[in-house]
Write a protein that binds this ligand. Structure first.
Ligand SMILES: Cc1ncc(COP(=O)(O)O)c(C=O)c1O
Length: 390
């Protein structure tokens, strides 16, 4: 039996004290105890999302939050601008189509960040856009998008900004209110460190103003119904309450570490992983890597499946390959949530051995040394700490 190491960009590993919560007897979801748990969980989520906006809990995977954002923010026949730079961004288009919304796709090369100037231009061309749909961390390419700059552009227009933060929030800085994110969609199984099954939407006053103006063709994902119940720290339908208990434990862990430290850890893991990959002569796929995962191109002569199978069979390490047009072309390593610097060193050491076994020319220790140097070097001067918070 291998020791399992879930290094996929979601689901991600779950801490032991959170797993223990999942073994507790089920309590009734309308009890005072349940409401107290939701009260604490919502406060914790607000800290992680950096928002004072309403945070609503849905029992669904992350896509449920995306569907809720679309169907509540844009009436059928309305127009949406989709910042389409990967597999998950394309999902916004598919959801729009399912609800008869006119989705305008603003396409970007996969692996490249969204260009806010092009967003501004598209909004000038489509002044009737009801909502812009973007992504914080595009998991299919390992790219972090400049949501702060996109938010500045959208804030100058009547359009709402909805952001898929499913693999980003908790791993990458996301200042929901400061950056003008009107609908932030998050899932439970990534940097929030619990299993799949819960989704969250943070809704701004600007978004509520729109949502209140029309009857959304939604029932289970109706945000007005969720808001009404959340006033009493409750949900309209039976929630996956066991997962909410687990989330309480996970959020306590985040609070104990401190949000700044959590983000700093992700940046360090990401820099170490990138340094290790590059030291092996492998090419990073993304031009602007997201902090929660690292994607690299499969070297010539090898297949992604061979590398991933060897990592799994020999070391119990799960990774993922590419999706859609990136099938067979990249390998993605997740390092989000309950992951630390030594996990990154371990996956790099394993990769060195696996590539050697597969006949690829690798000098054992190179990736590990590069990662160690990155970890022992000066903290990054970019992103979160730029603001002097270190
Ligand atoms: C960026 C992003 N968006 C959306 C999703 C879909 O979430 P779910 O599979 O939880 O519905 C994922 C899941 O991998 C994701 O990483």
């Amino acid at each position: 039996m291998r020791k399992p190491r879930l290094m996929t960009p979601g689901p991600a590993m779950v801490p032991e004290e959170v797993l223990l919560e999942l073994a507790r007897p089920v309590i009734h979801h309308r009890s005072d105890e349940a409401k107290q748990v939701i009260t604490e969980v919502v406060a914790g989520l607000k800290e992680v999302f950096q928002t004072q906006n309403d945070v609503l809990i849905l029992t669904a995977s992350g896509t449920g939050a995306m569907e809720a954002a679309v169907v509540n923010a844009v009436p059928s026949g309305g127009k949406a601008l989709v910042l389409n730079a990967g597999h998950f961004a394309a999902r916004w288009m598919q959801i729009c189509k399912a609800f008869g919304i006119n989705g305008v796709s603003l396409d970007f090369e996969w692996g490249q960040p969204v260009d806010p100037d092009r967003v501004a231009e598209a909004l000038r061309q489509h002044p009737d856009t009801a909502c812009v749909f973007g992504t914080l961390s595009e998991t299919s390419t390992g790219t972090g998008h400049p949501v702060e700059a996109i938010g500045r552009v959208v804030a100058e227009t009547p359009a709402l900004l909805a952001v898929d933060g499913i693999s980003g929030v908790g791993a990458i800085e996301c200042r929901t209110d400061e950056w003008g994110i009107d609908l932030l969609c998050v899932g439970s199984q990534k940097a929030l460190m619990i299993p799949p099954g819960l989704a969250f939407v943070a809704v701004s006053p600007k978004a509520w103003d729109r949502i209140d103006r029309f009857d959304s063709p939604s029932y289970y994902f109706n945000l007005k119904a969720a808001r009404k119940k959340m006033k009493e720290f409750d949900t309209p339908y039976t929630p996956a309450h066991t997962l909410i208990l687990a989330l309480q434990a996970a959020l306590r862990r985040i609070r104990a570490e401190g949000m700044e430290n959590v983000l700093r850890r992700h940046r360090r893991m990401s820099e170490a992983c990138q340094a290790g990959i590059q030291a092996l002569g492998l090419e990073l796929f993304s031009a602007r890597p997201a902090e929660g995962l690292t994607a690299f191109r499969v070297p010539d002569g090898l297949k992604d499946g061979q590398i991933r199978k060897a990592l799994a069979d020999r070391f119990g390490i799960s990774t993922v390959g590419g999706q859609d047009k990136l099938k067979g072309k990249i390998v993605r390593i997740g390092h989000m949530g309950y992951t630390d610097e030594l996990d990154v060193i371990a996956v790099l050491a394993a990769l060195e051995m696996v590539l050697t076994d597969l006949g690829h020319d690798v000098e054992p220790g190179r990736a590990v040394a590069a990662a160690q140097q990155a970890l022992m070097g000066q903290p990054s001067a970019v992103g979160y700490y730029k603001n002097g918070s270190l």
